[in-house]
Write a protein that binds this ligand. Structure first.
Ligand code: UDP
Length: 324
């Protein structure tokens, strides 16, 4: 397949590009390299540097490539930042998405796999979370992603767009080549491993008074190689609609720290800290639909494998993609 993939220099986009290239697909990455890393773009893919907030670059790329399908990752993805600057998120994630959709409609490309998020659900009323839950985002990040889902859904009815919404839970782990390198890093596993690398004295645990067995927040951690595999299945199958991607099992922040201690052999000190605004106590996916319809099942997402793969990557890249 000929694929136009936005955001191929980012964390999940880089690994999906890698797996698509492994599978013999012809991939063009469209990316502004603002938050990603050029070193993370698989050299077997073509790279077009451009920004989705500007409509002509993506239209030119769409016309030049005429892809069989689009895989759309390029976005801002930090909840806290979106609370500080909502418009930044609506411009990049929503307007950028609309420019991409416009280019697809002009060139006649129908299929799009969209990198969505469990943040579109907001505070869930039941656990585990399936795709029938109402979408009531509690932050501009989730809202900006939901707005683009909505545009895709209407153009599915109107002009036959075939969207797949992959709603990720907590992406983590690494492939042998590509891993997690954000600046600033806000995610739990890389922040814990940073202590094991000697780059921080302790990891903050944001809240130990949640209504969970050990008081810290519970999340559903899904390996990026498993996430990337779901995109390929969604491309290969004649499917549309939403799919939650998680393991169905939750781990608390304290359990993550314990697993990191076991894997690294380091005594990782923690610093009990106040709750982080906007954090729900517990988010766990039901991935039954993805299993049934996509035939997707996580194979690398047991928590020890996740942490071991992340640890291997961070040891090999102690300063991320930077050489120094
Ligand atoms: N967390 C933490 N310390 C950190 C980073 C995160 O205690 O240094 C907690 C955070 O409050 C949340 C969980 O770890 O309960 C997962 O956070 P992360 O940012 O990795 O993912 P999110 O669920 O926010 O997408």
């Amino acid at each position: 397949m000929k694929i136009l993939l936005t955001g191929g220099s980012g964390y999940i986009g880089s690994v999906t590009t890698e797996l698509l290239c492994d599978g013999g697909h012809d991939v063009t990455v469209f990316d502004n390299l603002e938050r990603g890393h050029i070193e993370a773009v698989d050299p077997r893919a073509r790279l077009v540097v451009g920004d989705l907030r500007e409509p002509t670059g993506i239209l030119d790329a769409m016309r030049a490539v005429k892809p069989d399908a689009v895989v759309h990752f390029a976005a801002y993805a930090l909840v806290g930042e979106s609370m500080q600057d909502p418009m930044m998120y609506f411009h990049n994630n929503t307007t950028g998405g609309l420019h991409l959709l416009d280019a697809m409609l002009k060139v006649g490309v129908k299929k799009i796999i969209f990198s969505s998020t469990c943040a579109t659900y907001g505070q869930p009323e039941k656990m585990p979370m399936d795709e029938t839950l109402p979408q009531r985002p509690t932050n501009p990040y989730g809202e900006s992603k939901l707005m683009f889902e909505t545009a895709l859904r209407w153009e599915q009815q109107r002009r036959g767009i075939q969207p797949v919404f992959l709603r990720y839970f907590n992406a983590c782990g690494a492939s042998a080549k590509y891993g997690e390198d954000h600046d600033p890093e806000t995610h739990i596993i890389p922040n814990v491993l940073r202590v094991a690398l000697g780059q921080a004295d302790a990891v903050p645990v944001f809240g130990d008074d949640y209504p969970t067995p050990d008081g810290s927040c519970i999340r559903d951690y899904i390996h990026i190689v498993d996430l990337a595999r779901a995109h390929i299945l969604a491309l290969e199958k004649d499917v549309t609609g939403p799919f939650n991607l998680g393991t169905g099992t939750g781990f608390s922040v304290k359990q993550i720290v314990d697993t990191c201690r076991e894997v690294t052999g380091h005594d990782i000190p923690v610093k009990m800290s106040p709750r982080r605004p906007g954090d729900p106590a517990c988010l766990v996916a039901s991935a039954a639909k993805a299993k049934e319809i996509l035939g997707w099942e996580p194979v690398r997402s047991d928590i020890r494998t996740v942490v071991s793969d992340a640890w291997a990557w961070h040891q090999a890249h102690p300063h991320g993609y930077r050489k120094a």
